[in-house]
Design a protein around this ligand. Sequence first.
Ligand code: C2E
Ligand code: CA
Ligand code: CA
Ligand code: CA
Length: 279
Amino acid sequence: AKEQGGNQHAVFTPELDSRVSERLHLQNRLATALEAGEFVIHYQPQVDATNGVICGMEALIRWNHPEYGLVPPGQFIPVAEESGLIIPIGEWVLREACRQNQAWRDEGLSDFSVSVNLSVAQFRDTGLLTLVRHALDETGLDPHYLELELTESTMMDNPERLITFLEQTRKLGVQIAIDDFGTGYSSLNYLRRLPLDRLKVDYSFVRDITNDPASASICRAIIAIAHNLRLGVVAEGVESEAQASYLARHYCDSLQGYYFSKPFGAEEITALLRQREPL
Ligand code: C2E
Ligand code: CA
Ligand code: CA
Ligand code: CA
């Protein structure tokens, strides 16, 4: 790593240069990937903690790269955010997730909402509400069956705008969840004033439930905050029976994680939904 501490300018090294050009290359590739239809959505079920019935589905993007195979979002979403490409990519995710949930509904396979992740860049874009409306109109999905996931930092980026946006989505009937809850900083007082529907307990607290009493008490505290604010609460990253039963015993409403199901492509999820009892 290059020392940047006392220097006015970062030292421009061949190593840095190649990273910059890699980024530029990735930006260009991302633009063509969208046109070429190389993005896919995997869906991860959320289950009701009391009975294990599927009660939600989170949409998670992957890039099906012709050479590298499935590329996880952590490897391209940050670049898409920097370059602004997250706007058209995010629009595609929103429309595709709505289309898929409506297709499941048409088949009698879904009575749950689909959750779509929004990044702060999408949120800064003034067209977001129109985009949400269009996605719903075009796919015919009832707004109640769409949930948008925002993080605390997105929430705090432009609070005034957030309030306006949330009031409008509330009117539409779209659900709002705060993702990775507990890892950012949002004022609880502020939280109380926003028209939210759910909090998602971050994976990092769930992971340590059984071996770290502090993590377990943070999980219980988040569940209590959610319920006191009359919000639902879902825990993500549930990997074991012990974590699942702990969360269920402490009244977490829904659970999501590898213990129940990994995220899978639409076809596999359709097969999974067909195996279940009719909803
Ligand atoms: P996230 O929204 O917090 O999504 C949860 C991540 O945890 C997903 O990773 C999921 O596959 C993974 N996961 C689920 N269950 C478990 C588990 O039991 N154990 C562990 N260790 N991990 C689990 P993924 O799919 O790689 O997504 C990473 C992040 O990329 C997401 O974090 C989200 O912030 C972002 N992302 C994904 N799709 C989109 C998208 O369409 N738009 C935007 N803006 N961001 C997205
Ligand atoms: Ca999420
Ligand atoms: Ca999350
Ligand atoms: Ca996360």
